[in-house]
Ligand binder design. Structure first.
Ligand code: PMP
Length: 398
């Protein structure tokens, strides 16, 4: 039956981790990952999460199914975090939110819903973007194009190119936007630039699909949601948000995400939600309980929420310190041109290293990075920083 099935290549980033694990050289460093590690190289278990987990274990409740669209308290807290607790969109009942299997599940269900509702619509994603964007929307039947985003010369944003490309899209085109901490480049828009994008999107009648997978990893939970807040205040009739707690709660394997669709009014939001539920029903039927209970337990308690904000703040500050440390070490070594790393945001940086330089990092220094030059700053530590800086300096000088 399956004789004609061909072997497809595995995920290149996960393959990198396999190679890293098999490497027996001491002092090896894996900067190819998409995970936040603490100073000891561990995935943090947040204290606020641990507290809720203990309370859940003590209460030892039976495990029924959740509703198709997930835990109501989780959906509500998610809406407040994304749109702001005092959002007019929320009081007007214009947002339909469903718990999903990670941010990935939100992207997929959102893509399926849009394809069904607007079968002719195309989607444009940033160049480059998280590789899965192309795969998910492509598999949902979308024709995927891209708009200019990263400028290799400045290691920053090609904002003019971005505006020009967005300005050429047909009305009704879906535009995928990274709210903050752009994956893979680390290059973000300023609030002023976001405002310009909002105006353009409105004028061209495009449909924004905002992916927010790192809320709180750059400036804070509210500031990192600037794009959502500006679109929310813009008066546009509809937009979509796919969100994830994988990083902000360090709950990767619990698969905690959400899809929020902003509709024109309460009635439209209800109709949209009924369709989202049908799509979810056809995919995973209903989401899992544990991760959602953890997030809702933290966000629903004033005390635990404050604890979370502080723990998230520690992760964010550590990333900023690592960026500053790497830049300063490289400058001391004689490579001040890497200063842009401090301007980039979130876990990732497009380091500007070529594929050949990345290969040399691996072969000569046991330092693993993605072939595109993407490094995960959050996988550095104060003990590996000098070694990494020295190796980057060496390969950048040929
Ligand atoms: N969007 C972006 C930009 C991401 O980087 C990721 C995770 N790497 C996701 C979505 C998916 O998040 P999750 O792991 O929660 O499915």
């Amino acid at each position: 039956q399956f004789a004609s099935v061909e072997l497809v290549p595995g995920d290149p980033i996960l393959g990198l981790t396999d190679a890293y694990n098999a490497d027996t050289r001491p002092g090896k460093v894996n900067l190819g990952v998409g995970i936040y590690y603490d100073e000891q190289g561990r995935i943090p278990l947040l204290k606020c999460v641990e507290q809720v987990e203990k309370a859940l274990a003590d209460a030892a409740k039976p495990r029924g199914y959740l509703p198709i669209d997930g835990l109501a308290a989780y959906d509500l807290e998610t809406q407040k975090l994304l749109f702001g607790a005092d959002s007019e969109l929320l009081s007007a009942g214009r947002v339909a939110t469903s718990q999903t299997i990670g941010g990935s599940g939100a992207l997929r269900v959102g893509a399926d819903f849009l394809k069904k509702t607007l079968p002719k619509a195309r989607i444009a994603i940033s160049n480059p973007s998280w590789e899965n964007h192309r795969v998910v929307f492509g598999n949902a039947g979308f024709e995927v194009s891209d708009y200019r985003y990263y400028d290799p010369a400045s290691h920053g944003l090609d904002f003019d190119g971005m505006l020009e490309d967005l300005g050429k899209l047909e009305a009704g085109t879906v535009v995928l936007l990274h709210a903050c901490c752009h994956n893979p480049t680390g290059v973000d828009l300023t609030a002023g630039q976001w405002q310009q994008v909002v105006e353009l999107v409105k004028q061209r009648q495009l449909l924004p699909f905002i992916d927010i997978a790192y809320q709180g990893f750059d400036k804070g939970t509210d500031a990192d949601a600037t794009a959502i807040r500006l679109f929310g205040a813009s008066g546009i009739p509809a937009f979509v948000v796919a969100s994830s707690y994988s990083k902000s709660f360090s709950l990767y394997g619990e698969r905690v995400g959400a899809l929020s669709i902003v509709a024109a009014d309460r009635d439209e939001a209800k109709r949209v939600q009924s369709n989202i539920k049908r799509t979810i029903r056809a995919n995973w039927s209903s989401p899992s309980t544990h991760g959602a209970a953890l997030v809702a337990g933290v966000l629903g308690s004033t005390e635990l929420r404050a604890m979370w904000e502080s723990e998230l703040g520690e992760m964010r500050d550590r990333i900023h310190r690592l960026r500053a440390g790497l830049v300063s070490k490289l400058a001391t070594l004689g490579a001040p041109e890497f200063a842009f790393i401090q301007q980039q945001a979130g876990m990732f940086s497009y380091s500007g290293l070529s594929k050949e330089q990345v290969d040399r990092l691996r072969d000569q220094y046991a330092i693993y990075a993605v072939g595109t030059g993407r490094i995960c700053v959050a996988a550095l530590s104060s003990s590996s920083l000098d070694r990494v800086a020295e190796a980057v300096y060496a390969v950048s000088r040929g």
